[in-house]
Design a protein around this ligand. Structure first.
Ligand SMILES: Nc1nc2c(ncn2[C@@H]2O[C@H](COP(=O)(O)OP(=O)(O)OP(=O)(O)O)[C@@H](O)[C@H]2O)c(=O)[nH]1
Ligand SMILES: [Mg+2]
Ligand SMILES: [Zn+2]
Length: 393
């Protein structure tokens, strides 16, 4: 794990701690102080700041390591530890009932414990929350809910806010698996968008999988071969690829089995079939409240807001609106190569330890490109991202 990873992770945690503190009323703070005084010395919980020490950061680092070729990241341990820590935060306050945010609007959120969602209004003091955030909601006598706590996030899928690129926009929180959905045609397959998603997903500590939808639209043997070559490049990076036709139903049982029991999010360009996949793997349609989809008049449905759906086998699946492009969030150009595991052995041949693999002489990566060990296309992805991150740094 690099130092900027650590800083980023720490900043997620501390901003959440600040938000949680900000939301406590004076009475709650007083109660907490009294509880703290009552605690016998040496017994169990220490102040929260002491719990989140450097060792915790180290233990949790598996979630932020770049992917290794032909190997899925094992997030289970990091997840367990993070979960335990997260509940500790709320234990301090004597509260353990967490709801998950199902959808977010400007002035309200929908939260659920797996049952019927309920509305919680936000006000100007409310923290920035995202779908997937775990929250503590207090019931008011009038039946409405009040947001009193947000748990520290295990993972985040973020992008720069298109309206303000210096601001982080969290697309989803506490996600285990992100399914990058692309289609063979209508719209055409764009590996570049997949590369961007892969980087952002790994940056947020999440496992990526790739779902290629509309396989029924493959027109010829040669088109199929060209696609397979593109997909092989991703498979060689250790990314699991699912070939699907949501319209015809094939490939869906495999994807569904992969996602079972996890919190997952579907992302990708508009029209690739994310919502069709969701409906295909959840035919019983557990989405009893407003689905957030509206008819666009052209014979298809377009998702306008992210929404978390509970599936019968304990799977939580977030559908998101399509996006055209994806800015990269907070990656130091000097750390970019960490996310290119296929470069790692070549990097050993670089003359300079801090080689950027762009301008330096005697660069092992460029030598590997020249002899064909790393493809021009793959190096092109690195160089493009490096240029983008350097110009925005
Ligand atoms: N031929 C074919 N068409 C499909 C398939 N899956 C989805 N479609 C069609 O593609 C169109 C777009 O599907 P959606 O599920 O709305 O796509 P989306 O990714 O959710 O789009 P946004 O909500 O705008 O991001 C619809 O007309 C679907 O019927 C498939 O496997 N094959
Ligand atoms: Mg949709
Ligand atoms: Zn180099």
């Amino acid at each position: 794990m690099t130092s900027s990873d650590e800083n980023y992770k720490r900043s997620i945690k501390s901003s959440h701690e600040r938000q949680i503190k900000k939301m406590r009323t004076r009475e709650e703070r007083k109660l907490l102080e009294e509880n703290a005084k009552r605690r016998a010395p040496g017994r169990k919980s220490k102040p929260r700041q002491q719990r989140w020490n450097d060792k915790d950061e180290e233990e949790d680092c598996t979630a932020f390591e770049p992917m290794r070729p032909a190997q899925q990241l094992d997030l289970a341990r990091a997840k367990q530890e993070a979960q335990a820590r997260m509940l500790d935060v709320l234990e301090d306050e004597g509260r353990e009932d967490l709801d998950v945010i199902v959808s977010v609007a400007r002035d309200r959120i929908l939260v659920s414990d797996g049952g019927e969602p309920r509305t919680v209004r936000l006000d100007e003091n409310s923290p920035q929350v995202a779908v997937g955030d775990l929250v503590l909601v207090e019931n008011r006598p009038d039946g409405s809910g009040r947001l009193v706590g947000v748990a520290a996030r295990r993972t985040t899928l973020s992008r720069p806010d298109p309206g303000n690129p210096r601001k982080e926009l969290v697309l989803a929180a506490n996600v285990d698996v992100t399914v990058i959905v692309a289609s063979v045609a209508q719209p055409a397959f764009r590996p570049g968008l997949v590369d961007r998603f892969l980087l952002s997903i790994q940056r947020g500590g999440i496992t990526p999988v790739l779902a290629i939808n509309k396989m029924d639209l493959l027109e010829s043997e040669s088109a199929a071969q060209a696609l397979e070559e593109e997909l092989l490049a991703f498979e060689q990076l250790g990314v699991e690829v699912f070939r699907i036709s949501a319209a015809q139903g094939f490939g869906l049982p495999e994807l569904r089995a992969r996602l079972a029991g996890e919190t997952c999010v579907l992302v990708g360009h508009s029209g690739v079939g994310k919502s069709t996949i969701l409906n295909g793997i959840d035919p019983q349609g557990m989405r009893s409240t407003g689905s957030g989809r509206e008819f666009d008049g052209k014979g298809r449905h377009t998702t306008t807001a992210s929404e978390l759906n509970f599936l019968p086998d304990d799977t939580r699946l977030i559908d998101t609106p399509g996006i055209r492009t994806l800015g990269l969030w907070k990656i130091d150009p000097a750390d970019l190569a960490d996310y290119f595991p296929d470069f790692h052995s070549a990097i050993a041949g670089c003359r300079f330890r801090n080689c950027s693999h762009i301008v330096e002489p005697d660069c092992g990566v460029k030598a590997a490109v020249e002899c064909g060990e790393i493809t021009e296309a793959r190096y092109g992805v690195y160089a493009r991202f490096h240029g983008e991150l350097s110009s925005s740094a």
